[in-house]
Design a protein around this ligand. Structure first.
Ligand SMILES: *Cc1c(COP(=O)(O)O)cnc(C)c1O
Length: 216
């Protein structure tokens, strides 16, 4: 079942969109089944689960962190993490840079932008995000690379609303990409099980899908 689900989702999103499989709450056995399809990009939203799974599963998995990350936990994930998609403060970005330097690594990061109407979700406003890039500070950090933006639309059945929020983020992504011309700034991560088709139609090139992979 997992095999067919992955195949179907990949067909729907096309070759130019990266599928990151969200493995939170799944068993090691389920994740292994997804891994055996050849997939290598997986995401977790909690540090403890991420560490346990990274330990238990093959080391060629490219792990993405997609949940709020506390600065004091950065040191645990930086030695192996592929990408931190949930960068929501400059303090966090600087801590990632410092730990990455200690590990002699370059860590790919996305700035998380708050586009949903819910207040509970983390992330910068577009204005804050613009100001951070305009400050030039991230560009001076030698061990993090800002690869783009991550966003989550409002959790609603109203797909017009979702589309509006996603189009807004795509427009913002294009404008900062042009304005700041950061090397490697080319990832727009938006779309989950309920809205990845809309996300791709709105210009997303990375989707993070969990339940549709494991439950169909
Ligand atoms: C859980 C989660 C997803 C995937 O959600 P599904 O609805 O299971 O596809 C994507 N992004 C983030 C940030 C998440 O926390």
């Amino acid at each position: 079942m997992i095999v067919e689900n992955i195949r179907r989702i990949q067909q729907e999103i096309g070759q130019s969109v990266q599928l990151v499989i969200v493995s939170k709450f799944r068993t090691i056995e389920e994740i292994r089944q997804a891994y055996e399809t050849g997939h290598r990009q997986f995401a977790e939203n909690r540090v403890q689960a991420l560490l346990e799974r990274a330990e238990a599963l093959p080391s060629d998995i490219e792990w993405h962190m997609i949940g709020h990350l506390q600065s004091n936990k950065v040191k645990h994930v930086v030695p192996f993490i592929k990408m931190i998609q949930s960068v929501d403060s400059v303090k966090l970005l600087k801590e990632i840079d410092m730990q990455a330097e200690k590990n002699n690594r370059m860590v790919d990061c996305l700035l998380q932008v708050h586009i949903a109407e819910e207040e509970s979700k983390f992330g910068f406003s577009m204005n804050e995000c613009h100001a951070i890039l305009a400050s030039g500070e991230p560009q001076q950090l030698g061990h993090v690379r800002i690869r783009g933006l991550m966003g989550m639309a409002t959790n609603t059945n109203d797909m017009e609303k979702v589309k509006q929020e996603m189009k807004g983020l795509k427009t913002f992504f294009d404008s900062v990409r042009t304005e700041f011309n950061l090397p490697g700034f080319d990832i727009l991560s938006m779309g989950m099980s309920s809205d990845y088709r809309v996300a791709v139609a709105c210009g997303s090139n990375m989707v993070r899908v969990g339940s549709k992979v494991f439950e169909g």
